[in-house]
Design a protein. Sequence first.
Length: 323
Amino acid sequence: MRLQTLPTLLVIIAISSLMQSSCNRASNSSNPTASNKQAIQIGKSVFSFDFEKTTELMIAKNDPQSGDRWGTVVRRNPDNGNWMISSAPEGRQLIDRQADSSFINHLLDTLRTLQATAEAPEGPLSAFGLSIPLFALKWTNPSESYEVRFGDSHLQAGATYAHVPHSNLDVFLSKGAALQMLAQLDRFERLRKPQLLDFTSDDIDEIQVILPKSAALHSVRNGDRWADTKEVNLSDKKNEALSRLLEDLTHLRILRFIDDPELTQELMKQIKTRPSIHTRFKGRTLTQADLQVAKIGKNTYATISSRPGAVFEIYPKIAELFR
């Protein structure tokens, strides 16, 4: 007989209390893990749920080969639907808690297509890398809760051993795009929002650029073109250049998140007193957002007012965008 006990990784990495609180919230719901066993059918999708209604996701990773061990909890902001990091590994205090909402939504969406391809042979959970799984995930909505744990890969079958607590199959082989998504989580920072600006170019209706020792740029959107403040359309060349600038800015990626409060305060002071680039954005649905950039030592740092209190190290190529 296969051992039925499963030492959960979530306990080991000290977020068991968060798991328990979620279980308590869903204990009286229609969650299949709370009463009858979940019926998993070979060749069928393991889960059926509306990922857009998911409000909380817990992820724990334990990779003995790379030493990558962490756990986190992300929750959906009910006001805008974006995901925020509620609990970081090892109790880290994050100054910026924005998560990569696109990645998380995609991961949840692909979990719906996870398939059970075969039942695993008899044996203890440790034989399949599931006594302490590589990944343990739990996600909830206001009325339901789901959980899955992934262990070793079966290279010949091109699948991964999985375990769903309180199901009719102790261990089964699984396939699906969710496994490729999880493979991208080579570190916790992969879950943090990678773009510096938390809005798109379509959200911007007005831009003002202030550069030291250079003429200021101030343009407003005029239909499908850009114009000056007197609503005179820019030339085709300038219109194309400004559109390209906005696309590049809204896709600019963060090089390093600064989570040290003292370093953050010191960098913020220097950025405010001597910004090399100051850009202001406005839009119909976008409240004023100010981007300030400064080179300090050999590195380039930025603040964006829509992510208050945070400083980010960014790629120095940003200066080339304004030439």
